[in-house]
Ligand binder design. Structure first.
Ligand code: ROI
Length: 170
C-alpha cells in the first residue's frame, strides 16, 4: 500500500457536487482506500480571470495501483464528469484530478510529474494538503509546512467539510 495525495478542482456545473461526487468515485475504485478528505475550499481562478471561482480539495488515499494505472483511473473519473479535453489551456473545467504525491517517489514522465509542480505555487493545493497532512515531508524538497510560509493564501476560503455537503456519510 502506498499513501497518495490527490488534488481535486472544479469550476463548472455545480462544483461542490462535482467534488463530493468525485470523492465518492475515488472511494469506489478497486484497490483504493479513501483515508482522509480535506475541507472544501473556494478559490479565485489562477490563470485567466474570465472564468468562475473554483472549489478545491485534497484527499489522501492508500492504494496498490501503480502511478500510471491510478492516473488512468482518475482520468476515467474526469471523463465521466464530462470533462472536456483539448480545450484552451487553463480554461474552466468540470473536474480536475491531479496526483500530488505518490509515497516518497519522484517521477518525471511524459504524463506524470510527482511531486506535482502545483505544490510549490498553488495555495489551493498546498493549504488543503496541509490541513490533512500537517507533518508531511515533500520528497526531494522538505517540510510541507515550510512551503506554506512562501505561498500567500490569497483569497482561499474554507467553505465546509465534505460531510457537511454530503449526506451519505464518509
Ligand atoms: N484555479 C483555481 N483556483 N483552482 C484550480 O483548481 C485551478 N485549476 C486550473 C487553473 C486553470 C490553472 N486554475 C485554477 O487548472
Amino acid at each position: 500500500m502506498t499513501t497518495v495525495f490527490v488534488g481535486l478542482g472544479s469550476n463548472l456545473n455545480n462544483p461542490v457536487r462535482q467534488i463530493t461526487q468525485a470523492c465518492d468515485d475515488i472511494a469506489a475504485l478497486a484497490h483504493v482506500t479513501l483515508v482522509k478528505i480535506s475541507s472544501l475550499y473556494r478559490s479565485p481562478p489562477m490563470g485567466p480571470q474570465n472564468q468562475p471561482e473554483y472549489v478545491n480539495a485534497v484527499v489522501e488515499i492508500a492504494t496498490t495501483l501503480s502511478p500510471e494505472t491510478l492516473l488512468l483511473e482518475l482520468n476515467a473519473i474526469e471523463n465521466r464528469h464530462d470533462r472536456a479535453r483539448g480545450a484552451e489551456r487553463w480554461s474552466a473545467r468540470t473536474l480536475d484530478l491531479d496526483i500530488l504525491l505518490y509515497g516518497d517517489k519522484l517521477i518525471k514522465t511524459e504524463n506524470l510529474t510527482i511531486p506535482h509542480l502545483g505544490l510549490y505555487e498553488r495555495a489551493f493545493v498546498l493549504y488543503p494538503l496541509l490541513e490533512i497532512a500537517p507533518d508531511l515531508q515533500i520528497p526531494g524538497h522538505g517540510p510541507l509546512r515550510e512551503l506554506a510560509h512562501t505561498i500567500d493564501a490569497g483569497g482561499l476560503e474554507k467553505i465546509g467539510t465534505f460531510s457537511s455537503f454530503n449526506n451519505n456519510g464518509f
